[in-house]
Write a protein that binds this ligand. Structure first.
Ligand code: DX5
Ligand code: ZN
Length: 221
C-alpha cells in the first residue's frame, strides 16, 4: 500500500458528518476519534454514530478508540461497520487476543502508542497487526502542536516493520499539516491523519490532495 490520507472528522461539523465526508471524496478512510473521558479527558462519540456514518459515507471508517477497556468495547465497533479499529496498547489488557478478535470479525487491527510509550516492548506483536499508530500529540484534542520528539520512534517503528515484512501500515496522528507531513513521511510513516489541517482549510478536498502530494514526494514513492 502506498501513501494514504485519513482525515479526522473531530474538527468537522458533527451535525452534518455525511456532508463533511462528501467534501473529502479522495480521502482513503474517515478517521473517527472515539473518546470516553477516562482514557483521555474528552468525550466524543460511540459505535452508533460510526454505524450511521458507515452506511451514509462512501469511504471506509478508521475508528481510533481512545477508551479504557478496549478489550470489552472494540468488537462493537467492528459490528458497527468500522473497517479498521485502533486500540491503545496502554489501555489493552490482552492486545494479542484483542487484535485476533478484531481480525476475526473481518476488520483491520491496529495498535496505537501515546508519545511516551516505546515501540520496542511490542516488537513481537507486530505480525498480529495491520497497522501501528504513532501519536504525535497527547491524545484527547484536535488542533495541538506536532511533537517532533516522536520522529525517532517513527523511524524505529519503520525499521522494525521492515524486519517483520508483510504490509503493516504506519499511521501518524496529531498536528499533521503541510508544515509537518514531510517530516513524518521521511521518517517512514505511510498513513496520515489530519484533522484541523483538513477541516480548517477553505477547501478540505483540495487539502487532502496537497497533503498527499507532499507525502508522496517526501518519501520518494
Ligand atoms: C487527537 C485525535 C486526532 C485529532 C487530530 O487525540 O486522535 O485524530 O483529531 O487532530 P489534528 O490533526 O488537528 O491534530
Ligand atoms: Zn485520532
Amino acid at each position: 500500500m502506498g501513501i494514504q490520507i485519513t482525515p479526522s472528522l473531530l474538527n468537522a461539523d458533527f451535525a452534518n458528518l455525511s456532508a463533511e465526508a462528501a467534501r473529502i471524496p479522495s480521502a482513503d478512510w474517515l478517521h473517527m476519534d472515539v473518546m470516553d473521558n477516562h482514557f483521555v479527558p474528552n468525550l466524543t462519540l460511540g459505535a452508533p454514530v460510526i454505524e450511521a456514518l458507515s452506511k451514509a459515507a462512501d469511504q471506509p471508517i478508521d475508528a481510533h478508540l481512545m477508551i479504557a477497556d478496549p478489550d470489552r468495547w472494540a468488537p462493537a465497533f467492528a459490528e458497527a461497520g468500522a473497517g479498521s479499529i485502533t486500540f491503545h496498547v496502554e489501555a489493552a489488557a490482552a492486545p494479542v487476543r484483542l487484535a485476533r478478535e478484531i481480525r476475526g470479525q473481518g476488520a483491520r487491527a491496529s495498535m496505537a502508542l501515546k508519545p511516551a510509550t516505546p515501540i520496542e516492548p511490542y516488537a513481537d506483536l507486530l505480525p498480529e497487526l495491520d497497522m501501528v499508530l504513532i501519536m504525535t500529540v497527547e491524545p484527547g484534542f484536535g488542533g495541538q502542536k506536532f511533537l517532533d520528539l516522536c520522529l525517532p520512534k517513527i523511524r524505529r517503528t519503520r525499521a522494525l516493520l521492515d524486519q517483520v515484512g508483510g504490509d503493516v501500515w504506519l499511521q501518524v496522528d496529531g498536528g499533521v499539516s503541510v508544515e509537518t507531513i514531510e517530516r513524518c513521511a521521511e521518517a517512514g510513516a505511510d498513513t496520515f491523519v489530519a484533522g484541523s489541517a483538513v477541516f480548517g482549510a477553505d477547501d478540505p478536498g483540495a487539502m487532502v490532495e496537497t497533503l498527499r502530494d507532499l507525502a508522496v514526494s517526501a518519501c520518494g514513492h
